[in-house]
Design a protein. Structure first.
Length: 520
């Protein structure tokens, strides 16, 4: 800000200030314009009756100018307002020439006071540069006119007029300086609020307690900018949701903040609060970085610490992974012990143990297979099925398996490598049961214009096999990829595992396949 003219050095800031000032200046200017119009009109009419036509046309011209100013300046050219007020002010000063001889002393004083109030009103609503010109013009004009009409005017009166005028100029300087500083503070405060979202990407809210309306009011917030609060129409609704649906120390957050009203001498700064949800349908726990500050009232600052929540979730996942890894180590250790026993038996020419070791290793490796494919290839279903059936029959020769099939199921178009994984899991669970006799029938079926291969299983422990297959999430995950269902069909006398015979011809792929194609 220039220390003499009080003009902001930033041109954009000066334009903003002028726009702000015009909001208060224009209504007063229009009132002054109306008064000027009435005065000019009254004087014009007066001069008609006094038969002074020269002055009549002078004031009639001024009346027209005032009317034009109302429509042209105030409605279209706001920057001309200060110039117009400057002209009006000097015109009012020239009224000093009009002093009626018939004025009584008190009437003359009142007339002079009214003129002075109009001058002050114009000076107060004008910009400082124009106000200073008006004040200096007032000092000069009134001294010159007074000296002209009253040559005996004392120098003491002249000096007194100059000193009072300069004092008034200084007062106007300070008033305008304070106006501009207040505007600058308000603008900076607004800009600082705009910077707050740039300092943090977490949801936050600054709120105060409104005692008149008995509720919390948000002063500044970005809650609606985050997905979890998009459901609310306003930031105020989102704030009320947090205050009333989350608790701390057995009380709602709203109650906690109300109790802090009585502890303004002990402000909390940057404290982590762990809030628990009162509703099972919402996020069970959130962390808030909480602070308080007191300017003219107590301000609560709530920042939802999403990163801390993510860290805690990751820590929980790591703990679960560690627990799962420990279980895996225990099971894998037991698995190795069993393999050692099997190898010991194999040294004694126990062929069954060798095949059992092969099947168990195949099952273990199938669980650790991470590479996924969505490529559909032509595979020999019957040969693959017979291969695995023979292998598991050799591993568990105490069980008797009978297989019937038709030639139509010889080939299958399905996802590569998935059929082998399916066979391993299917036969592993099949031979885990206590069934002594296993009957399998392979046939073709149709449903909704799609062609399938049905594996029909009959065992004397049907419910046991059904439960095993249904509880195996890995088996059902494989089944979902190559079957219309992720479950086994249970009939009265058999179980049916249904596979797509030609996945190239199905009308709509499963969501898993679509996702696989997109990620490929």
């Amino acid at each position: 800000m220039n220390k003499y003219t009080l003009t902001f050095r930033c041109e954009q800031l000066e334009l903003k200030y002028q726009d702000f000032r015009y909001l208060h200046t224009l209504p007063i200017c229009k009132s002054l314009n109306l008064v000027s119009f009435l005065m000019c009109l009254f004087r014009s009419i007066t001069f008609i009756f006094q038969n002074e036509m020269v002055w009549f046309f002078v004031f009639l011209s001024l009346t027209i100018i005032v009317m034009l100013a109302q429509f042209l300046i105030f409605n279209n050219k706001r920057k001309w307002v200060d110039y117009y007020l400057l002209i009006i002010n000097h015109f009012l000063m020239l009224q000093q020439q009009y002093v009626e001889d018939g004025f009584e002393p008190q009437e003359a004083f009142v007339y002079g006071q009214n003129q002075m109030l109009l001058n002050i009103m114009i000076i107060l609503v004008s910009d400082f540069k124009f106000s200073s010109i008006s004040i200096l013009g007032n000092i000069i004009i009134k001294i010159v006119i007074s000296k002209y009409y009253q040559p005996s005017l004392s120098y003491q009166t002249i000096l007194y007029s100059i000193i009072i005028g300069l004092m008034f100029l200084y007062a106007i300087f300070k008033i305008n300086q304070q106006y501009r500083l207040s505007f600058l503070f308000t603008t900076q405060d607004s800009q600082q609020e705009q910077l707050i979202p740039l300092l943090t990407d977490s949801p936050f809210v600054l709120c105060t307690y409104d005692k008149d309306n008995v509720q919390f009011q948000q002063k500044f917030s970005n809650l609606q900018n985050h997905q979890e609060f998009k459901q609310f129409l306003t930031n105020h609704q989102a704030l009320n949701f947090i205050l009333r649906n989350y608790s701390i120390h057995g009380q709602t957050l709203e109650t906690f903040l109300l109790t802090r009203q009585k502890k303004q001498d002990d402000l909390i700064v940057n404290k982590i609060l762990e809030l628990k949800s009162n509703n099972n349908n919402h996020v069970q726990k959130i962390f808030i970085r909480y602070s308080e500050c007191f300017i003219t009232e107590l301000i609560y600052i709530l920042i939802i610490d999403k990163k801390r929540q993510e860290i805690q979730n990751l820590q929980q996942k790591l703990a679960n992974y560690e627990q799962g890894l420990n279980k895996f180590q225990i099971h894998f250790r037991n698995f190795l012990k069993k393999q050692i026993l099997i190898l010991d038996k194999s040294l004694n020419h126990d062929q069954n143990s060798i095949y059992q070791a092969i099947t168990k290793l195949m099952y273990i490796f199938s669980k650790f297979k991470n590479k996924k494919s969505s490529k559909i290839t032509n595979q020999s279903f019957l040969l693959i099925f017979q291969k695995y059936a023979k292998l598991y029959s050799q591993a568990y020769d105490q069980k008797q398996m009978k297989i019937e099939f038709c030639q139509e199921i010889k080939d299958i178009f399905t996802i590569e490598n998935t059929l082998d994984e399916f066979m391993i899991n299917f036969f592993t669970h099949l031979f885990k049961t206590k069934a002594d006799i296993i009957q399998i029938h392979l046939c073709k079926s149709f449903s909704q214009q799609n062609e399938f291969i049905d594996i029909i299983i009959k065992v004397d422990v049907m419910s046991e096999l059904y439960i095993l297959l249904q509880r195996s999430t890995h088996f059902r995950r494989i089944l979902k990829m190559i079957s219309p269902h992720d479950y086994v069909i249970l009939n009265d006398d058999c179980l049916i595992v249904r596979l797509y015979k030609n996945m190239n011809e199905i009308n709509q792929l499963s969501p898993f396949l679509i996702k696989s194609d997109q990620n490929k």
